[in-house]
Design a protein around this ligand. Structure first.
Ligand code: CP
Ligand code: NVA
Length: 311
């Protein structure tokens, strides 16, 4: 990656000013599209002629479709690739893949397992690289979630956000966001599934208002937002053990009743009803999960524009 290439690898690596500019750009872009068919490009086509390659080494519904819609509405096009379609899947190096794609497209999005592959791709590519989820983080999701939180609850700074469940990749990006945008993050996990130590170390060094507990009720008390995620992420093998550990962390009506009166419920999806969240909560009046899903389009338009110097 050259010094001037702007890759979106983690929220922790982007300045607060740039994150705020992306959120504000996303909101304006969303408002400008109200009532238009989804296939109609935005008026100014800011990324006309630009090509985005998307590589998926894991399944995806939202990330895949929202990036494709986003780049089309910006006037560009995408090429969607699974690992099985690429020589990468049968041993070509990440470095050579990065060099080749950098001669052919304007940006690369990667969904992969270990974050080392993402970082190697970004260091060898001469075009921006976007993190479309790794086992370690999911920054694009949290940009959509922040937009959703702001839409429903107003200014993000000073809000209290409660995470209940597995200390996983999505939580790590929430920890990064709390450090950049100055909100309180309370995290309730079983001791065995606590957050990534590297994220906790980052939080310590960056003054994050982070409260760790094993008690879901303590985490959600009067919170503005309650969040959970699947108990078994795509990289997890021990499903039965996780279900046992996480059952006391289910987000249900009794737990939501401990949160603030107008608290919103968030989940990045895909969800498993009656596991990490009851149907009564995720399909109830406090749930904003489909706003989060839609906001993937609007926030990723801002991320693409930022990466390509057009925000
Ligand atoms: N939330 C999210 O990233 O969904 P997908 O796995 O469907 O892309
Ligand atoms: N934590 C989940 C998020 C899916 C979007 C996973 O990694 O599978």
């Amino acid at each position: 990656m050259s010094d001037t290439t702007k890759s979106f690898l983690d929220i922790s690596t982007v300045s607060t000013d740039d994150l705020n500019a992306m959120l504000s750009g996303a909101l304006s872009a969303k408002h400008a599209r109200v009532g238009q068919p989804r296939g109609v490009p935005d008026g100014q086509r800011p990324l006309e002629g630009h090509l985005l390659a998307m590589i998926f080494e894991k399944p995806s519904t939202r990330t895949r479709v929202s990036f494709d819609v986003a780049i089309r509405q910006l006037g560009g096009e995408s090429i969607v690739l699974s690992a099985a379609d690429l020589q990468l899947g049968r041993g070509e190096s990440v470095a050579d893949t990065a060099r080749v794609l950098s001669r052919m497209v304007d940006a690369i999005m990667l969904r992969t397992h270990g974050e080392e592959k993402l970082h190697e791709l970004a260091s060898e590519a001469t075009v921006p690289v976007i993190n479309g989820l790794t086992d370690t983080s999911h920054p694009c999701q949290i940009m959509a979630d922040l937009l959703t939180l702001q839409e429903h609850k107003g200014a993000i700074a000073g809000k209290s956000v409660a995470w209940v469940g597995d200390g996983n990749n999505v939580l790590t990006s929430w920890i990064h966001a709390a450090g950049k945008l100055d909100f309180e993050l309370r995290v309730a996990t079983p001791p065995e599934l606590s957050p990534d130590p590297a994220a906790l170390q980052w939080a310590g060094l960056n003054g994050v208002e982070l409260h760790l507990t094993t008690d879901p009720q303590a985490a959600v008390a009067n919170a503005d937002c309650v969040i959970t995620d699947t108990w078994v992420s795509m990289n997890d093998a021990d499903a039965a053990n996780r279900h046992n550990l996480l059952m006391p962390y289910q987000v249900n009506d009794a737990l939501m009743a401990q949160a603030g009166k107008d608290a919103v419920f968030m989940h990045c999806l895909p969800a498993h009803r009656e596991e990490e969240v009851t149907g009564s909560v995720i399909d109830g009046p406090q749930s904003v999960v489909f706003d989060e899903a839609e906001n993937r389009i609007h926030s990723q338009k801002a991320i693409l524009r930022w990466c390509l110097g057009k925000l």
